[in-house]
Design a binder for this molecule. Structure first.
Ligand SMILES: [Zn+2]
Length: 284
């Protein structure tokens, strides 16, 4: 090779000051000439090269957003929120499948006998969805959730809203399959809000496993007891029961606003949600 990039041009290129068209010819030559690349490296600080590699590394490792995440970003949701939403376990296909199957069985029971199965099951779905949205076993973004610069409370709210709206939409669709029962078939809606709000509010004190288990168990016991004791409409689905459910939902939401700081204090969610040694072990 007879021609080489002169030293002034190498220096300008290294500092990003070289303008086209000289930039293009220098760049083309650098790609082919090891001598000039060696000369160039003398002008670039090692720290700058390391930083460049780190940026490239991060770019290559960055996961590509899936269709749901892209859609959320296009709708104006901040990209970190979109990632957490899209990766909410209950929004993944397997979970949506389980929810749909449960509703299908409930509708089957409704068509065969009474809508009670749907009324009793539908409120449990968002509660279960929120419960499984927090746990190292089921959450693919668990590590992100633990180290994310997002408050635990905000994360919990984002996921609760995502889970609640998805399961409510699916349960609403299921209700359409039982038109002969009229609006009474939507009796699950207020209990669903009451159970989810109560479960989330109690999570601050009892933790992410015990709280939804107690609330869900309490609901099942209440409905079962009503069915055993009388043959009429179980109390939760009467006008009085619906009013109580609405009152419980409002009270639990107010309680949640009061205890919100507890979610970010590291207790008692601390051991399971903020175990940094666990994260460090996974990353190393
Ligand atoms: Zn050269």
């Amino acid at each position: 090779m007879s021609w080489h990039v002169d030293d002034a041009d190498v220096r300008e290129y290294a500092h990003g000051d070289l303008a086209p068209p000289r930039l293009w010819s220098v760049e083309t030559h650098l790609a082919a000439c090891a001598d000039c690349r060696a000369a160039l490296s003398a002008h670039v600080a090692p720290a700058e090269i390391d930083a460049g590699w780190a940026r490239l590394d991060a770019e290559l490792d960055a996961p590509r957003p899936g269709p749901a995440e892209s859609l959320l970003i296009r709708m104006g949701v901040a990209d970190h929120t979109a990632r957490l939403l899209a990766a909410t376990p209950v929004l993944r296909r397997s979970w949506l499948g389980a929810v749909a199957l449960t509703l299908l069985l409930a509708v089957g029971a409704g068509l065969a006998a009474s809508p009670l199965m749907l009324l009793a099951t539908a409120p449990l779905l968002p509660l279960a969805g929120v419960a499984v949205s927090f746990g190292p076993g089921l959450d693919p973004t668990y590590e992100t959730a633990v180290v994310a610069p997002m408050h635990t409370f905000r994360l919990l709210m984002v996921r609760t809203v995502a889970v609640l709206s998805t399961t409510t939409a699916l349960s609403g669709l299921a209700s359409l399959a039982l038109p002969s029962f009229g609006l009474a078939v939507l009796g699950w809606l207020l209990p669903a809000l009451a159970l989810t709000a109560t479960g989330v509010a109690l999570t601050a004190r009892l933790g992410p496993v015990l709280a939804p288990a107690l609330v869900g168990g309490g609901w099942i016991a209440l409905v079962a007891l009503n069915v055993v004791l009388s043959s009429g409409t179980p109390v939760p689905f009467t006008a009085a029961g619906q009013g109580t459910a609405a009152a419980v939902a409002v009270t639990a939401t107010a309680l949640l606003a009061v205890v919100r700081d507890r979610f970010d204090s590291g207790r008692p969610l601390g051991p399971s949600l903020r175990s940094l040694p666990f994260t460090a072990r996974r990353l190393s």
